[in-house]
Design a protein around this ligand. Structure first.
Ligand SMILES: Nc1ncnc2c1ncn2[C@@H]1O[C@H](COP(=O)(O)OP(=O)(O)OP(=O)(O)O)[C@@H](O)[C@H]1O
Ligand SMILES: [Mg+2]
Ligand SMILES: [Zn+2]
Length: 671
């Protein structure tokens, strides 16, 4: 029996779950869907005829051609009208059995059908590809039509009707198909630790064009196509020609968890100290930074994202570390990127031209391609951004919606796209002047706009202050680590189990309970009331944004325990962590009160008022030239301002450029 007959039998044989003939039904609905593609599961073919299924893998071109003509024939019987509309049915094979990692693609794979998976980093705009070219003879105007199966245009040798040798292409009469080029990269979760991802180009044709966006995780059935770019060389250029491409849905988002893994995970969750054990397993090589590690723990587990009728609220927790050099920030980021089931480590500059968000860039041929940046590639995972303050200007604007609505919009070079960026962000930044200055506000300390700062759920400041006790602990810890790098604390959970535990925990969406809600509610109201009591001058202390942050943290903590419901303890822990973060960044250094206003306005209200007092003093006294410092201190001390405080405030004004020193010890207002 010929392979065509077997393929026909196959189409008539395979039943679906409802007892219908699966592929006949699929063929009948092609007309309704206006599709030209019949998608066939390789496993169906294998269960029908192992020999044929194997032949398909080894000689895909020939078998797919036969398959296509058989399917077209069959369509002619079931839907003759639609059969006339389309030229041919294309058979696309879903899930062939051999998955080749992108970094292992070799010459030996040429000629066979296999599967790759990856994340799409780039997509070109769709372009027309000539499949049949029409040439016109310049002498006698004869039209010559030629199929174009190769990578370069093949013109006819000469005119068949006259001796003319000058023939030109007539684009309007050619037949085209759509073609689009993608670049796929190994998925971060598949990368061997510490390796850079490898990439491959993929060609999509016909109805596959336009179905994929940068940032999508895909599985592709494909063959390697080779062509000669330089006729004098023995080296061929290659690309992957996609026969079928599908995005990997959210159901496969997590890691694979075997029944034994599950047992181990549930065992661990039963431990009453599971929270502490997990916390100790966050960057165990870094000493201290307990609050930050707790924040990272919740960031890894994430809160629950909610789809409301009108908008989506993110569940991801964004966290920023601002700190002095050499305090372990980069190490914490590295750990997080490695541990998150989908983690990406990048710098503010981004690893590619697309930076942190996305970019439309010109490729070698001059046409635009859309390239995904770090946040898009980290969709549904964690983006660890080191040195965020060194972010590109293009990203500064685009990152705002990326952090809150979790999408990246791009409209440039004919490309209009909205890409998903549902990622949690762990960012690190250095203070502008090298070291954190506690007498300045956070906005003054860091080269990031305030609007961006308040999109972080938690911000922590790491200051490198000599402290004999802590220093001793850190030096001992580092010495121990270096002496015995392999040794781990018995309490520390192995990174592989930790990843699986996180992935498993994210399957449950904990509900907010009434008790937890009451706790969060009374905290919020108390904080708001405290700010009212301070009178009109007092700043707003906490805003609605923080409520959402608290909810996320509460839910994340419930997930740490694999609980379906949040408890009062979850809410309390979330509040305590938030307070610690607020204290570090928002504390009003004058009153000791927490003052969210600093985050927004850059300067705390009481500092601004004191600066006004000093400035007024200088203005009043400088009628007769520059003011001598001792005179100024004396007059200010009458107003209750100590000399040390005055010195500090003068320092702030000097740095601002509001006042200057015409000679040492004398001050004057800058006009
Ligand atoms: N608390 C700590 N415990 C253990 N090791 C630490 C600690 N702080 C810093 N180190 C060590 O000091 C080194 C420098 O840390 P790291 O590179 O992470 O600093 P950083 O905060 O990123 O600095 P920079 O701002 O300059 O980039 C690392 O090898 C790290 O292991
Ligand atoms: Mg660093
Ligand atoms: Zn001619």
């Amino acid at each position: 029996m010929s392979s065509e007959d077997r393929l026909l039998q196959f189409l008539e044989h395979i039943k679906d779950t409802e007892g219908g003939v699966k592929y006949e039904k699929a063929l009948s609905s092609l007309g309704i869907e206006k599709s030209q593609s019949l998608v066939v599961d390789w496993s169906d073919l294998y269960s029908f005829d192992t020999g044929l299924a194997t032949l398909l893998l080894n000689e895909p071109q020939a078998v797919l051609k036969d398959f296509g003509s058989v399917a077209t024939q069959k369509l002619g019987m079931r839907d003759p009208a639609y059969r006339k509309e389309i030229e041919t049915v294309r058979v696309r094979i879903r899930s062939p059995p051999f998955e080749v990692p992108i970094r292992k693609l070799r010459a030996g794979h040429i000629g066979s059908l296999f599967m790759i998976s990856g994340v799409i980093t780039r997509a070109s705009v769709p372009q027309p590809l000539i499949t049949k070219a029409v040439f016109i003879c310049l002498v006698c105007s004869e039209e010559i039509s030629l199929d174009q199966p190769y990578h370069t245009l093949q013109p006819p040798e000469k005119c068949p009707r006259c001796p003319g040798r000058r023939l030109i292409l007539e684009p309007a009469k050619c037949t085209f198909t759509d073609v689009q080029w993608l670049t796929a990269q190994e998925r971060p979760e598949d990368l061997p630790p510490g390796q850079m991802p490898h990439g491959a180009s993929i060609r999509l044709t016909d109805d596959l064009v336009g179905s994929i966006n940068p940032g999508d995780r895909v599985r592709v059935s494909c063959t390697i196509e080779a062509f000669q770019k330089d006729k004098t060389k023995l080296i061929l250029e290659t690309y992957l020609d996609a026969n079928h491409i599908e995005t990997i849905g959210t159901d496969q988002e997590g890691l694979e968890i075997s029944p034994e893994d599950e047992e181990e995970i549930l065992e661990l969750a039963k431990d009453p100290w599971v929270h502490r054990r997990l916390l100790q397993s966050i960057a165990p090589s870094i000493k201290g930074h307990e609050s930050i590690k707790e924040a990272i723990l919740y960031l890894l587990f994430t809160g629950v994202s909610k789809q409301l009728p009108d908008v989506r609220i993110r569940g991801d927790i964004n966290c920023l570390l601002i700190g002095d050099p050499g305090t372990g920030k980069s190490q914490l980021l590295q750990f997080t990127a490695k541990t998150a089931p989908r983690g990406i480590l990048t710098t503010g500059r981004g690893s590619t031209a697309a930076g942190l968000t996305a970019a439309a860039i010109k490729d070698k041929g001059g046409s635009f391609v859309l390239e995904a940046g770090a946040l898009v590639l980290a969709d549904q995972g964690v983006a660890c951004i080191d040195e965020m303050d060194k972010m590109r200007d293009e990203d500064r604007g685009a990152i705002h919606p990326a952090m809150e609505q979790q999408v990246v919009n791009i409209a440039k070079g004919g490309i209009v796209a909205t890409l998903n960026a549902r990622a949690a962000i762990l960012a690190a930044a250095n203070p502008t002047l090298g070291r954190y200055n506690p007498y300045q506000t956070i906005a003054e300390n860091i080269n990031l706009p305030v609007t961006l700062l308040n999109r972080f759920d938690l911000i922590f400041v790491i200051r490198d202050i000599p402290n004999p006790e802590k220093d001793g602990q850190i030096v001992d810890h580092i010495l121990r680590t270096h002496r015995n790098p392999g040794a781990t604390h018995a309490e520390v959970i192995a990174p592989s189990l930790l990843r699986k535990y996180i992935s498993y925990a994210k399957r449950t969406d904990p509900k907010l309970t009434e008790e937890a809600e009451t706790k969060l509610r009374s905290f919020y109201l108390e904080m708001r009331k405290a700010s009212m009591e301070g009178g009109e001058a007092s700043a707003i202390m906490i805003t609605a944004r923080q409520i959402e942050s608290l909810i996320r943290l509460t839910e994340a903590r419930a997930r740490v325990h694999l609980r379906e419901e949040t408890t009062v303890e979850d809410a309390e822990a979330a509040i305590a962590l938030m307070q610690r973060s607020l204290e570090q960044v928002g504390i009003d250094v004058e009153t000791g009160k927490i003052d969210i206003d600093i985050l927004y306005s850059g300067k705390s209200r009481s500092l601004q008022m004191q600066l006004q007092v000093v400035l007024k003093g200088i203005s009043e006294m400088s009628l007769r030239g520059a003011v001598r410092d001792d005179d100024l201190f004396e007059s200010l001390s009458e107003g209750g301002l100590s000399r040390t405080e005055a010195v500090r405030l003068i320092g702030v004004l000097m740095r601002d450029g509001t006042i200057y020193a015409p000679k040492p010890g004398y001050y004057r207002r800058t006009s």
